[in-house]
Design a protein. Structure first.
Length: 318
């Protein structure tokens, strides 16, 4: 009788082994480690299977008592991506291990997020400088790094109203080379500083590109030789509005005068070869161009030598 009972009991245990399977062990080796500080506000929670678990229930919140409201879901993975967290906040989390025999409540772990980052400062010291004129068509925009910035949004347009569609690039350095610019055009640009906290909108700066190449020149009406110090300069220009004229290459003491096609000029005293320098300037664009010409001044009176005839020579003349 006893033998039959023992045999029946053995068959029963073999037939339903799952009914007596062990509960899973607790999850172990949390990441971040329990009590960690200065954690990023975007964090991936990780753990390891302590043994026997087939899935996990993840609880997460700011209270030590983690209940059904803090249940984030069930997963078969050993990680969980948190939502974006608050700065300078303590968070609690727990992983319950699950298998067919039931659930084992895990250990409550905690960590603290980092203190809030300040917004970045503004970009400063623009190049070209604000209001700069006569800039090259291949100008590179640059600026001084903003405090706390990790990248910059670059805005560039011919309109002073810089909106999202005028953003031309996001860069991590402090310069940007735009595509070829247009001649004699006003451009507006702005640098917005970025970091993980947010964006600081920068100041709007402007610059103007150069005008078309100036076609300016002059000639000395007297040519390369003159017997008088007053000469006449014949000037041709498509875009000059002011002139400086000097015999000094540095134009020291020269003053700007209105453009005219014919200008009288007095050479400095003293015979010899003189160099006349002329500087042209476009008032609107401030573009400048220089030319020079040479002339020889000879104001000395001509001399004549008379030789008396010798005795017996006959001098005839007309």
């Amino acid at each position: 009788m006893m033998r039959r009972f023992a045999l029946t009991l053995a068959v029963f245990f073999l037939a339903i082994p799952e009914a007596f399977a062990a509960l899973p062990a607790k999850a172990i080796n949390s990441v971040p480690v329990n009590g960690a500080v200065n954690q990023d506000v975007t964090v991936t929670l990780r753990w390891e299977n302590g043994g026997g678990a087939t899935s996990y229930k993840v609880y997460f919140g700011t209270k030590t008592a983690l209940g059904s409201k803090e249940l984030q879901g069930t997963t078969t993975n050993t990680f969980f991506q948190s939502p974006k967290l608050n700065y300078a906040t303590k968070y609690y989390w727990r992983v319950d291990s699950v298998n067919s025999s039931g659930t084992t409540t895990g250990t409550v772990w905690s960590f603290n997020t980092m203190a809030a980052l300040p917004l970045p400062g503004k970009a400063t010291n623009p190049v070209p400088a604000n209001g700069a004129v006569n800039q090259p068509l291949n100008a590179t925009l640059s600026w001084t790094a903003a405090t706390g910035a990790t990248s910059y949004d670059v805005y560039l347009s011919t309109s002073s109203k810089l909106i999202s569609k005028q953003k031309v690039a996001t860069v991590s350095n402090t310069s940007y080379a735009p595509a070829a610019l247009v001649i004699q055009t006003n451009y507006f640009w702005r640098i917005d500083s970025r970091n993980s906290r947010g964006i600081t909108v920068g100041d709007v700066w402007r610059f103007t590109t150069r005008a078309a190449e100036m076609a300016c020149d002059f000639q000395i009406q007297e040519g390369g030789f003159t017997k008088t110090s007053q000469i006449t300069l014949l000037i041709t220009s498509s875009s000059a509005y002011e002139l400086q004229i000097s015999e000094r290459a540095d134009f020291s003491a020269a003053v700007w005068r209105p453009y005219a096609p014919v200008v009288p000029f007095v050479l400095a005293a003293g015979d010899g070869t003189k160099t006349v320098y002329m500087k042209f300037r476009n008032i609107q664009t401030q573009a400048e161009q220089q030319k020079n010409r040479q002339v020889t001044l000879d104001m000395a009176a001509p001399t004549m030598t008379i030789v008396a005839p010798q005795d017996g020579m006959q001098v005839t003349g007309k």
